[in-house]
Design a protein around this ligand. Structure first.
Ligand code: G6Q
Length: 542
């Protein structure tokens, strides 16, 4: 792909540069005071998701310029190219078709000339049969007992989605089953996850697209030994292990019956795979019908992204607002603050989705970027964060745009809890936007010397993302909302949001050092002085 004009030379980008200078002088207090219709105009409800983006540092002109930037960047064509199955993951020459994972049975989507939808549904059907057998107790282990604990072994995209979805949808999960997730190669992760488990009632799901990832294969081998130490018979493996992978050869080499293998395809990126077979643990937890409702949610947001005009398009708006702060306000980070305990792993999930996708500094034209790309995402559920890092968001020197997420109904209505939670949610966004002036502080009788400390500058932007209730369908919509916001940004930054060469590097580097730590004889010192020194230090004390 060759772009004629650098993004920084697009008319909209240049205009945003000068416009943002004027924008920085405006305060949200004044923007609201002078425009009673602002909240109405800068909010949007679609697919059961309400986005109030009025507390952003924007005017109508800002929005118009951002939308122009999307158009000048060819976003519409790029969206079509993705949905069509073009090989838009240029550095890996692959289609990017996570949207096909949630397409209805009747859809036709082609990758390399093949309609992938029948295969997607064949795997979903197979998953459902398996999940229902485990849930009902029909699937029994080697000694005839039903499964009590499902342990998902995977890392990165093969872990974060499953953990996040399990936690998010716990309300809908089978409570007679427990779920554990082992990802870290640190033996502590496996040891603690299995400490109190009975092997005869444990089912391991080894989730790895490649089935070669060091951490996952190390944990899977340990799981195998752990199981055999207790059950003592190789034949037990078939009843206690299932694999989720694109690599059937490695799966059978490991000793897992490929009848218990659930496949997916190279056009599904790891961080976009929670609704593929990688979601098997989710499906066992919540059942086939709920899983399919989640997929329907994803699909509804896909359709919205593909068809809604940009000015009414949730992912496009969310993505563009991120561009505004990253490229025109110098914001380095963005906080994700779900006011729902079930979403406690959502920020961690989003960190991978956003930062592995858009943490790039070379364009698809193979040139170094001369502008900022992917923001650092971070966050914790509210209200906990309020008693911790919110201080810096309110009164620190950094501009941190926030995404607040909340729900009208609690899944655990207990007394006044939910009203208190939501009151906090709204109050934080209000305080960030409007602050508290020194006059207001003084009027409360505060001593002069204390006034600056108790003054809040405000003008700190946030989005408010609301839905009625956290259902499987809404979770699908929320995740797809962010997936497509990330896509929108990647197109504007002209980067490949779907490769991850940095991750690949890590996979190779450690393999060289492992034997150097383990060898009987002193290894040759082939690294830099610091690394050689560290290896010596470790060898002398391990
Ligand atoms: C995701 C990344 C990465 C990947 C893990 C696990 O987009 O590629 O996080 O998911 O490295 O890889 P495997 O599934 O192949 O074990």
């Amino acid at each position: 792909m060759r772009h004629q004009t650098p993004v920084t030379q697009l008319p909209s980008w240049i205009a945003l540069g000068s416009h943002s200078t004027a924008l920085k002088a405006l305060h949200l207090r004044d923007l609201f005071a002078s425009d009673p219709a602002r909240a109405n105009r800068f909010s949007l409800e679609a697919e059961g998701i309400f986005l109030d983006y009025s507390k952003n540092r924007i005017t109508d002109e800002t929005l118009a310029l951002l939308l122009q930037l999307a158009r000048e960047s060819g976003l519409a064509e790029s969206i079509e190219a993705m949905f069509r199955g073009d090989a838009i993951n240029l550095t890996e020459k692959r289609s990017v078709l996570h949207t096909a994972l949630r397409a209805p049975r009747t859809a036709e989507i082609f990758s390399g000339g093949v309609n992938v939808v029948p295969d997607v549904h064949a795997v979903l059907d197979k998953m459902e049969v398996f999940a229902e057998r485990v849930r009902s107790g029909e699937w029994t282990g080697h000694t005839g007992k039903r499964v009590k604990t499902v342990v998902n072994i995977g890392i990165g995209g093969s872990d974060l989605g499953p953990v996040m979805a399990y936690e998010a949808l716990r309300h809908y999960s089978a409570r007679d089953l427990q779920f554990r997730f082992v990802s870290n190669v640190d033996g502590t992760d496996f040891a603690e996850a299995t400490l109190d488990l009975d092997a005869s009632e444990t089912l391991f799901l080894v989730a790895s697209k490649t089935f070669t990832t060091l951490e996952t294969m190390t944990n899977a081998r340990t799981a195998r030994q752990w199981l055999l130490a207790s059950l003592g018979d190789e034949a037990a493996i078939a009843k206690h292990f299932a694999a989720i992978s694109t690599n059937a050869a490695e799966v059978s080499k490991f000793g897992i019956d490929t009848a218990n293998m659930f496949g997916f395809w190279d056009w599904v990126g790891g961080r976009y795979s929670m609704d593929s077979a990688i979601g098997l643990s989710t499906m066992i937890a919540i059942g086939g019908a709920n899983f399919r409702a989640m997929l329907a949610g994803f699909h509804a947001m896909d359709t919205h992204f593909r068809t809604a005009p940009f000015e009414q398009n949730l992912p496009v708006l969310l993505g563009l607002l991120g561009i505004l702060y990253t490229n025109f306000f110098g914001a380095q980070t963005s906080a994700v603050l779900p006011y729902d305990q079930y979403l406690k792993r959502f920020p961690a999930y989003l960190q991978q989705l956003t930062m592995e996708s858009n943490g790039k500094s070379v364009t698809v034209d193979s040139a170094a970027v001369d502008y900022e790309t992917g923001a650092i995402y971070w966050g914790e559920p509210g209200t906990n964060g309020q008693h911790s890092f919110y201080q810096l968001i309110h009164q620190g020197t950094k501009l941190i745009p926030c995404d607040f997420i909340g729900f009208a109904k609690s899944l655990n209505p207990l007394g006044a809890h939910h009203d208190i939670l939501v009151a906090n949610l709204f109050a934080q966004a209000e305080a960030l936007a409007f602050g508290k002036t020194s006059d207001e502080v003084r009027a409360q009788g505060t001593a002069d010397w204390l006034v600056p400390h108790r003054t809040f500058s405000g003008n700190r932007p946030s989005n408010m993302i609301l839905a009625e209730e956290l259902t499987p369908e809404i979770l699908g919509k929320l995740v797809a909302l962010y997936e497509h916001a990330v896509f929108t940004q990647g197109i504007i930054w002209r980067i490949d949001s779907f490769d991850q060469w940095g991750v690949e590097l890590g996979k190779v580097l450690a393999m060289k050092i492992v034997p150097e730590l383990q060898s009987e004889t002193e290894p040759a010192e082939t690294h830099d002085a610091s690394t050689n020194h560290l290896i010596r230090w470790y060898r002398s004390r391990r």
